[in-house]
Each structure stands twice: as structure tokens, then as C-alpha cells.
Design a protein around this ligand. Structure first.
Ligand code: AMP
Ligand code: MG
Length: 351
């Protein structure tokens, strides 16, 4: 299992202190947290009723949401040896494997994401992650031949899902599906849907430092406010955003890094080169739901701003912030915002 993030994250501290400040009178915030998906997950559920009965309902909804999250993790984690994903990865190169409806949905979404991002989002990079030592230690720089070999097992076109039978086959041995850049998005969307179906009208969910969803209004009735971390010092907020209901997703090299001979490598691989991408310091996006944001932040991180801008319209509606190294900007970091919202309002406003 991957190491849990230190807690509480900047994003969580920021949102929590904002929501605490904006509560008052009859409005309270029920807070729940659980360690799942190898990170801290925090639910902030707004209670405007002032009634103990309502508080109990919210607590029940939170417990149910975490149960759902736990069962989805058991199904989809590549770090759980008996998960659907691990079984598929072990067998699908040898014979077709039946998969659950949820895994089929994840594979289909991954396939579409791979196409729309021109291969920048590619969850078949698992063997490359392994070779660079991002999992389980042993950080190293693979040589060109090894990367060349591993690139032959890359591409969502090597994973075939038969829509009728629900059977999955891999085109060759060595192919592997790593849901690391999309699975959390799907799980957090399901968790939010559960809370909303249980009648929670205003709330926020944070999962680690990368993922956040807000719906309804903040305790004071206004828009939710969230912080974007400084990628060079992730415990410090760099920007503050006023966000529309939806998801805020971040991909950044600080999330997981390996260091070889004094050079730091971040955990997002450019599938075209088989090497960790170093174009961006961080990318934060607003999207209507968390799965599309998880995909978009990873892909835009790989592509960097210039190439990223070319596909932004295909990812609409989306609002994005690209954080780039720039020695002439304050703190050495430039933040560039871009919106593709087709006439709608941007997903955030920088405060
Ligand atoms: P995220 O933090 O959402 O950007 O996801 C990063 C994780 O996704 C990594 O830890 C890998 O497990 C996996 N990954 C790395 N590079 C890629 C990529 N280009 N496309 C899809 N998944 C990736
Ligand atoms: Mg992602």
C-alpha cells in the first residue's frame, strides 16, 4: 500500500478554516474523516437546521459514504492483491477476464480519455512507474533499451473490452492497467452522489491533496473557497479560488517523487517518452465532476500549457491553472489561467 499523505493537507486546512469561519447561528458543519485510498478523506457537511435529528442523519450519510468508498477501493486498487484490477492485470494477457460494471466503466472512461488527450492520459504506464521505482522503492533511471521495451506495452488500444460480454483481454504480456490517475475521481464522484442522494444539500469532500468536490453553498450561503498549494512548498497556499459547484483536481510532481543522483523525478509519466514529465510544476482544474478533472489534470500536467491549450476545448467545460517555473515572477512561479466553458461562467475566480 502506498504511504498515506501527511495530514491535514493545506487544501483541507484552508477549506476547513474557511467553512468554520463562514458557519454561525444555526449553521454548523459536520466533519468526518477516514484514511482510505492511502490518504486522508474529509467530509464537510453543512447543517442549516440546527436540529439534532438532522445532525444524526448527516452522520449516517457520512458513514454510508465511507463504506462505499472502502468497497470501491477494494474493487479498484492496484495495491490490493485480490482486487478486480489486480486480477485483471494478472490474467487478461492469457485469457479474457470478466470484469465488474464499475471496472468496465473505468476502462471505457480511460479509453475515451486516452483518445481525447492524444495519449497524454494513459493508464498503461504502470510498468514504467515500476521501472522508475515509483512503487515499492528502488528509484533508478531505466536505460533507453528498457524504456523502448516498456513502451511496446503502452496504449489503451492494447486493452480490449467487449461491450457485450464484459470480457477484457490484453493484447500482449506486460500490459497493465494503473487506475492511479482516474480511479480516485470515479470513487469521489460516487461518494458525492451517495451524499446528495441521502439529502445532503451543501457539502465538500477532500481526498488527499489532489482531489476536492464542493456542492451547494458554503456555510455562509456564498460560493466555496479553496486554496491551491504552492508546488514548491505544498503546505503553503499560493492562490485562493472562489469555485462554482464541481470538482477541483490537481496534478503536481510533489505528490510522489523519486530522487536519483540528486535529480528529482515526479510521478507523472509522459507516455510518449516513457520518462517523468517535467513541463509543469502543477496543474489545477475545475470540472463539473471529479473523474473528468482527475483525467484532465494529469493530461494537462503531461502536456504543459502550450500543448494543453490545444486540447482544452475538447475537455470543456473546464477551467485550468497552469503553474510554471518563471524566474521573473514573484516566488519563481507563474500562474496562467485558461477557461473553456463554451459561453458558460468560468469554474473559478482567483480571489
Ligand atoms: P494524478 O495524481 O491524478 O496525476 O495521477 C498520477 C498517477 O497516475 C501516478 O502515480 C501513476 O500511478 C499514474 N500515471 C502516471 N503517469 C500517467 C499518465 N501519463 N496517464 C495516466 N496515469 C498516469
Ligand atoms: Mg489524475
Amino acid at each position: 500500500m502506498a504511504m498515506a499523505d501527511d495530514r491535514p493537507s493545506m487544501a483541507s486546512r484552508f477549506l476547513e478554516s474557511y467553512s468554520a469561519r463562514s458557519a454561525g447561528g444555526d449553521v454548523t458543519v459536520r466533519r468526518h474523516e477516514r484514511l482510505l485510498l492511502a490518504t486522508w478523506n474529509v467530509l464537510l457537511l453543512v447543517d442549516r437546521s440546527g436540529s439534532p435529528k438532522r445532525s444524526r442523519e448527516l452522520d449516517m450519510a457520512a458513514a454510508g459514504a465511507f463504506e462505499l468508498m472502502e468497497s470501491l477501493e477494494a474493487e479498484l486498487s492496484r495495491f490490493v492483491p485480490e482486487s478486480e484490477v489486480s486480477l485483471m492485470n494478472a490474467i487478461a494477457a492469457t485469457r479474457p477476464v470478466p470484469v465488474s460494471a464499475t471496472l468496465a466503466e473505468l476502462l471505457e472512461a480511460s479509453r475515451r480519455a486516452w483518445e481525447v488527450t492524444r495519449g497524454a492520459f494513459d493508464p498503461t504506464v504502470g510498468p514504467l512507474m515500476q521501472a522508475w521505482g515509483f512503487w515499492g522503492g528502488g528509484a533508478r533511471v531505466p536505460d533507453d533499451d528498457e524504456i523502448e521495451q516498456l513502451l511496446r506495452c503502452r496504449g489503451m488500444d492494447l486493452i480490449e473490452l467487449d461491450g457485450e460480454t464484459g470480457l477484457v483481454s490484453f493484447a500482449r504480456p506486460g500490459v497493465s492497467f494503473d487506475p492511479g490517475a482516474i480511479g480516485k475521481g470515479l470513487i469521489v464522484d460516487r461518494l458525492v452522489a451517495h451524499l446528495r442522494a441521502a439529502g445532503v444539500e451543501d457539502g465538500a469532500v477532500l481526498s488527499g491533496r489532489s482531489t476536492l468536490v464542493v456542492w451547494g453553498s458554503a456555510p455562509d450561503g456564498g460560493p466555496w473557497r479553496v486554496g491551491v498549494a504552492n508546488p514548491r512548498s505544498p503546505d503553503e497556499p499560493l492562490l485562493e479560488l472562489r469555485v462554482a459547484p464541481g470538482a477541483v483536481s490537481t496534478s503536481a510532481a510533489y505528490e510522489r517523487r523519486v530522487s536519483v543522483e540528486g535529480v528529482d523525478y515526479g510521478h507523472v509519466i509522459d507516455p510518449r517518452t516513457g520518462r517523468p514529465s517535467s513541463r509543469s510544476l502543477g496543474v489545477t482544474v475545475w470540472t463539473p465532476n471529479s473523474m473528468s478533472g482527475d483525467v484532465a489534470s494529469t493530461a494537462l500536467f503531461v502536456l504543459g500549457r502550450e500543448e494543453g491549450e490545444e486540447i482544452l476545448g475538447d475537455l470543456a467545460p473546464i477551467s485550468a491553472i497552469f503553474l510554471e517555473a518563471d524566474s521573473s515572477s514573484w516566488g519563481g512561479i507563474r500562474a496562467v489561467e485558461r477557461h473553456a466553458v463554451a459561453g458558460g461562467t468560468p469554474g473559478f475566480e482567483i480571489v
